[in-house]
Design a protein around this ligand. Structure first.
Ligand code: MN
Length: 191
């Protein structure tokens, strides 16, 4: 397995100064996902899916919706190492992506586009996945658009769809530590 697709990740960061993961191995079993609330220069939600040996990543400015009528912009970002899935903390000022990172939701997922592997559907720019998170669950479609190679994240119309929920607004604690963004931000930069 090649590590070269983490080159951009490593180039962008000074991992001696930032507490972010160096890039290690994940665990085997069902692929995992994470949605990290990231209060950088602009607040966004980083959506990351385990595909083979990396986390495919997108920045979703508005976060995921549970309403199938919403199309959420998902801007692709560099592959992240698998161990990034467990990262919550503060990226120091002056470093790439400086700001507070919360594990807003995480869990396992599966590919529901049966005729293709996850990697193939990623490369084709059309993924259908079933998420099993604490806040976000059910089918989601990820579709690559022709505009700047941006993607759209869309809730599929299934029993987990719920137009009345707005978890990005109402569910503001870490699923890992139950801390708020403020509480995470207070932690000192212990690396
Ligand atoms: Mn981010």
């Amino acid at each position: 397995m090649t590590k070269s697709n983490l080159q951009e990740y490593k180039q962008k960061r000074n991992l001696d100064k930032s507490p972010e993961p160096q890039g290690g191995k994940g665990t085997s079993g069902s692929p995992r996902f994470v949605i990290q609330k990231h209060e950088a220069s602009r607040l966004h939600y980083d959506f990351r899916l385990e595909v083979d040996d990396v986390l495919k990543s997108w920045a979703v400015p508005k976060g995921p919706s549970t309403n199938p009528k919403d199309k959420r912009l998902a801007i692709p970002t560099e592959d992240h190492p698998l161990d990034y899935i467990d990262f919550e903390g503060v990226i120091p000022e002056g470093e790439y992506g400086a700001g507070t990172v919360m594990i807003w939701d995480t869990g396992i997922f599966k590919n529901i586009l049966e005729e293709k592997s996850l990697k193939e559907s990623y490369e084709d720019g059309k993924m259908e996945i079933w998420l099993e998170g604490e806040k976000i669950s059910g089918g989601y479609a990820m579709i690559k658009t022709s505009y700047n190679d941006n993607w759209l994240l869309i809730k599929m119309d299934d029993e987990k769809a719920d137009a009345r929920r707005n978890p990005v607004k109402t569910e503001n604690k870490s699923v890992k530590t139950e801390r708020s963004m403020k509480e995470i931000a207070k932690e000192t930069g212990d690396k």
